[in-house]
Ligand binder design. Structure first.
Ligand code: SF4
Length: 575
């Protein structure tokens, strides 16, 4: 089945299936969402208005047997940052969209009437249906209700109450193989879907299959690629302890942001560590290993049960545990798991919302360490859209402005994740220069700064950090186009067979002859396309800066500040 563009216009409630324009044909995932947003969205438009569009694109390898290829990219102009945005997540939707012959789904316009809708995508096109029953419900209720309403196992993309209320921290949730949820968390894309009045999208590919141009070459490339992933020691650690293996490692480095970014170490780190989580999961009969989409061979996800053995949450990630844990000084893994489940259900980004809670603690709205208070605010305020709930649901910057707090860890209004840029300077360059606001996944220098993958660059010195961040941001933009999970990057940096095998997979899928240089050029093209959109939206180099307190307040235990000049940061774009 030839891939097509599926387009839905919510203003006149029509849908069409279109040929792929030549300029889009070579792109997938982030490369495609950013290309479409740059081509079709007015950079100065209001992110929640009718001129914004939200684009869903499977990666170039999604829907195939290629290991770890099931990430779905979602793009739009972000209501949180005002920049272009791409956020990708696992779940089953990416593979199912690819099998339905959908290269990209574009949703544009805005309904004239105050009604809600759902979309049902099949290879024949998209049906737009009015929805009443599930409006106001959380994500888990949507997934549960659709399991009985619909036949088979369709893919589900949904928003919770936060998306309906167009909160800037609202995520887009994607059903995983077991009925759990994965989140396109960053940048408020759930609010954009909510602004289109779309509560959920179902995907049924019928008997659709992805066609491989050279099946034997594809199978052989996948064998080499999967082996490189499985053999890498970081993959193995991720499979055993999840991403939360990082709590003790980053704490040891002195770069674990604690108490709203006032310390680099958390005294309760052992209680929330990956090792403690692993033992707790085993004792309670959960699952230490779990995959967010079929075909993942690393399996960093897990199922975390409560003390009675009932599932509390899955995909319990380091960044969520850090944000609720160290940043808010909550040292109780069960409370953090409860908050994680609530945030997944309401449909808010766990990083943005938890960092917002940390700023609220700074402001005295609640006390540091008050995990029960966090859960109460999520249930009683954010889910119900009270005044306080909306302030928190609009992110860390919103809380800082509402309460007059000056220590607000955001770049381009997006919350800084789990690595303090004073003690791990490479990641500070990524936060500052990313086209999407502070986001560790855009150029994960932690691999080289802390984990010694792909070499070693001292996290406490400035030397080599701009180049490291630049190379990783270029590589990441390309990887985000393939549908691959970012955790393939560890093997790609260290194992000489991994990256060539990935390129062989793309070549065998499409009968191409791409080289490593082509991949680098793709990454550069994506970054420049995104930056050009931001420039047209009004952003300048002055926005590529960290908040003032990172330059003025020394971070213990190393007592360091972020000391890059503006000119030094700006050399990032010299390529
Ligand atoms: S390694 Fe983790 S995030 Fe990546 S595909 Fe597997 S389960 Fe999903």
């Amino acid at each position: 089945m030839a891939d097509k563009i599926f387009r839905v216009n919510m203003t006149d409630l029509t849908a069409s299936v279109e040929e792929v324009p030549a300029a889009w044909a070579a792109h997938g995932g982030r490369g495609l969402t950013s290309t479409i947003v740059a081509a079709e969205v007015l950079p100065t438009c209001h992110p929640l208005g009718p001129n914004n569009k939200i684009v869903f694109a499977p990666g170039l390898l999604s829907g195939t047997i290629a290991a770890n290829s099931g990430r779905l990219s979602i793009g739009a102009k972000s209501p949180l940052t005002g920049t272009i945005k791409e956020s990708n997540a696992g779940g089953t939707a990416s593979a199912l969209l690819a099998r339905a012959g959908c290269k990209a789904l574009i949703i544009e316009g805005q309904p004239k009437e105050d009604k809600w809708y759902s979309l049902a995508l099949t290879p024949d096109g998209v049906m737009i249906n009015e929805e009443t029953e599930l409006i106001g419900k959380g994500n888990f209720a949507v997934v549960e209700a659709l399991a009985t309403r619909l036949e088979g196992k369709p893919g589900i993309i949904t928003i919770g109450q936060a998306g309906e209320m167009r909160m800037s921290a609202a995520n887009v949730s994607i059903k995983d193989p077991d009925g759990g949820l994965r989140s396109s968390g960053r940048g408020g894309l759930g609010a954009v879907l909510g602004s289109k009045k779309v509560k959920f999208i179902t995907i049924d590919p019928k008997d659709g299959k992805v066609v491989i141009a050279k099946p034997d070459a594809f199978k052989e490339a996948n064998r080499v690629f999967a082996k490189a992933l499985v053999d890498h020691p970081v993959s193995q650690a991720l499979g055993q302890y999840g991403t939360n293996v990082l709590v003790n490692i980053i704490n040891e480095s002195g770069g674990l942001p604690t108490r709203n970014f006032t310390q680099g170490q958390f005294e309760g780190h052992d209680s929330i560590s990956g090792e403690t989580m692993h033992d707790t999961i085993e004792q309670r009969g959960g699952r230490v290993k779990h995959n967010c989409h079929p075909g993942c061979v690393i399996q960093c996800s897990q199922v975390f049960n409560d003390a009675k053995g009932k599932k509390m949450t899955s995909g319990f990630e380091y960044e969520s545990i850090w944000a609720m844990g160290a940043d808010c000084c909550v040292d109780d893994l069960d409370k953090i798991a409860e908050a994680d489940r609530l945030m997944d259900d309401i449909g808010v980004d766990t990083i943005e919302t938890s960092v917002a809670m940390g700023v609220a603690m700074q402001a005295g709205v609640l006390s540091f360490g008050d995990g029960a208070g966090v859960c109460r605010i999520l249930k009683e305020e954010v889910a119900k859209g009270t005044g306080l709930g909306r302030i928190i649901g609009n992110g860390a910057g919103s809380v800082g402005r509402a309460y007059g707090v000056t220590r607000v860890p955001v770049v381009k209004n997006q919350a800084i994740p789990a690595y303090d840029p004073r003690a791990i300077k490479g990641i500070g360059i990524t936060y500052a220069t990313s086209t999407q606001g502070a986001d560790h996944t855009m150029g994960y220098t932690i691999a080289t700064n802390i984990l010694n993958v792909g070499g070693k660059v001292d996290p406490l010195t400035k030397e080599g950090q701009v180049e490291l961040s630049r190379n990783l941001q270029i590589a990441t933009a390309a990887i985000d186009s393939t549908g691959m999970c970012l955790f393939i990057a560890f093997a790609a940096l260290d194992d000489e067979k991994c990256l060539p095998a990935l390129i062989d997979l793309i070549n065998a899928r499409y009968d191409l002859s791409l080289t490593a240089d082509d991949v680098v050029n793709l990454g550069k093209y994506i970054l420049k396309t995104e930056r050009a959109f931001n420039t047209a939206a009004g952003f300048t180099a002055m926005d590529d800066r960290l908040p003032e307190f990172f330059y003025n307040e020394k971070l213990p235990p190393h007592n360091v500040v972020f000391d890059f000049t503006g000119e030094e940061i700006d050399t990032f774009w010299d390529f």
